[in-house]
Design a protein around this ligand. Sequence first.
Ligand SMILES: Cc1ncc(COP(=O)(O)O)c(C=O)c1O
Length: 393
Amino acid sequence: MYDFDKVIERRGTDCVKWDRQGAFGVQNGLLPFWIADTDFASLPEILDAMKKRCDHPIFGYSEVTDGSKQAACSWFSRRHKWNIDPSWIVPGPGVVTSLRFTIQALTEKGDSVLLFTPVYDPFFAVIGNSGRKVADCPMIRGDNRFFADFDLMEKKLKEGVKAVLLCNPHNPVAKCWTGDELGEIAALCEKYGVYVLSDEVHCDITLFGNAYTPMASFGGIRDRLVSYTAISKTFNMAGLVSSFMVIPDPALRSRIEKALGEAWIFGPAAIAFSAIEAAYTHGDTWVDELIRYLEGNALYVSEFFAENMPGVGITKQEATFLMWLDFNCLGLGSEELAGLMAGRYGLALGSGVHYGRQADGFMRLNIGCPRSTLEKGAALIHRLYTDRRNENG
Ligand SMILES: Cc1ncc(COP(=O)(O)O)c(C=O)c1O
């Protein structure tokens, strides 16, 4: 049994979540539920593997290791029934950097890339900052879940979208796309000949029996598909800045390798490969227990809010350690709410509008922390809710 209840002091470690809270107008001191890493100790075997690598005193230029690729292939085959050939793997730094260079390699300036919004905010940046345009495809909300609007998607594809950037599972709306939904997305992408960039960094954390479907399950898009995976979210290793792209089509793979090479962007630091191999070799039980713990946290939040803050809408938690909460009952926009939470209640949550214009009034709550920390956060949110309700009479 791993101890996810254990509170580990992270302040003073230069971590962004606790020590760099400038986005909230302070240096630190807020109880943080914002940026997407967790407060859990990683898998001991990962830490041991990195220590062992340090027994060799030289960290010169290194290549991706066969061991890390084999371990990744075995993990995806055993846990997700996705058979990856090691030759399809292209190592990269963080997922976001790899996305940026993929977009540059496959599209031209002025081209449009479709996003199902609300969505992870750097997606807007990697598209906009490389001179491409966002084709916004707002999701439809129903029964506290979010769904793709396929009619709108098709309309946008007809208008000339060049790529779809998918978040599978979907941050921030905690959605585990079903095979049917992804099949429909794949069919439309095939019909209109657009690239599919599928960010699957949250794939290992699906909750309450929901199962992740790799976009690679759909053969019709094989020659236009790039999938992105990493140990960063699953094993709380974002600081290693490492990821794998999986690109089955050789021609597509060389185009992307060329774009990365021309920009002199190479894979992660050598030590990351030791971590990746250990994670994908020894991590099964740890991840299973993490999932159970996160399910407990999600249930705790749902029940606490239903009992004490019934006006707040809780999106169904199918995947990820990020919850998507609708605070519109308080009559405040997300930015105002984020400011109030930080300024008066000492809390740092993600502001909904960062993820899409239509998400005003929503906040993203990171539940990747010991239950006791979450309870403290929930109590502070409850105070804000009660104060605000009293102020409004
Ligand atoms: C969907 C998604 N993609 C990518 C990232 C970040 O990946 P990286 O740190 O490897 O760039 C995150 C982090 O929250 C994320 O949620």
